[in-house]
Design a protein around this ligand. Sequence first.
Ligand code: G3I
Length: 346
Amino acid sequence: MSLSRHLIALSAAVCLAAGLAAAPATAEPRPRTLGELARKHHKYFGSATDNPEFTDAAYLKLLGSEFGQTTPGNAMKWYATEPERGVFDFTAGDEVVAFAKAHHQKVRGHTLVWHSQLPAWLTERDWTAEELRAVLKNHIQTVVRHYKGQVIHWDVVNEAFNEDGTYRESLFYKTLGPGYIAEALRWAHEADRHAKLYLNDYNVDGIGPKSDAYYTLIKQLKADGVPVEGFGIQGHLALQYGFPADVRQNMQRFADLGVEVAVTELDIRMNLPATPSMLATQATWYADYVKACLAVRKCVGVTIWDYTDKYSWIPSVFPGEGAALPYDENLRPKPAYHAIREVLGG
Ligand code: G3I
């Protein structure tokens, strides 16, 4: 071997050795997170969160790394943001937004007008229509302005219909009539022209009286030029009631009306104790729900209603039920987590 050939061979060997040292053959690439996998489909995969959970470092680590979007479970509701008339408190909401920003997550604003979790000053007296309209407008516009540019969506009106598709007799409906929905959307739009404005509800997964009511309402709102831009399908399912039929078709019919669709609060509860076979069924349901969103171009993403059974709202509201989320109470991934990954191409 000539000297020059010898040098080339030697330097090649040195480079190879250096390369091996830099990237040992045993090093596995970091598995993509649910958020990253969803992004490949031009969608987000997110989780709700709540402020008391912000003291749990292990919880926060996963929340910040695995998900591309977050929704405050309670922090932006009326009781939290305007606890006294005209006195606004954004501490809790700001904490969630700061966390999301630090972890490059999108935020869904939840929620401006809802019959539940209202402050006592609002519910414990009677209002004339004129008074309530002023209170509602001020609440919506102050909160939306505060978060302008920081939230991608607002659930402007939450849970406006009964199961049979009639209007829920909320304080707002009883005092202002059904027109409060269009007014709320217009006021929110005035305050932030970029956040997408949603109507959001549960038991609207498939085609039925309640989702029909939204279909009719959104069609009318669009015809009237009201800025409604999204339909939020909460997706609180229970194994004992069966998987809803027509999930994809239902999403598609809203998309065809010209609004986007989001799965906003997905969880799938069961009667406890959870068995391996129940957890396997749950995994299939999560996969099927995510598949439906992937099949509809205007379905922009899926949010689970927190990610771990440790912090699920289910056991306190449905005693004897639970195990609804893709991670167990010890933050270990369940079959549902793996099924979601697989559907997203992980
Ligand atoms: O803030 C009080 C605290 O001071 C008190 O010590 C504690 C004791 O129970 O209660 C705290 O309030 C709780 C609140 O969450 C904040 O943690 C309420 O009791 C509890 O009922 C409330 O539950 C929330 C529920 O909405 C209320 O309807 C859940 O966390 C929240 O996940 C849930 O989310 C809703 C969506 O907004 C709309 N769709 C349905 C979904 C599930 O109900």
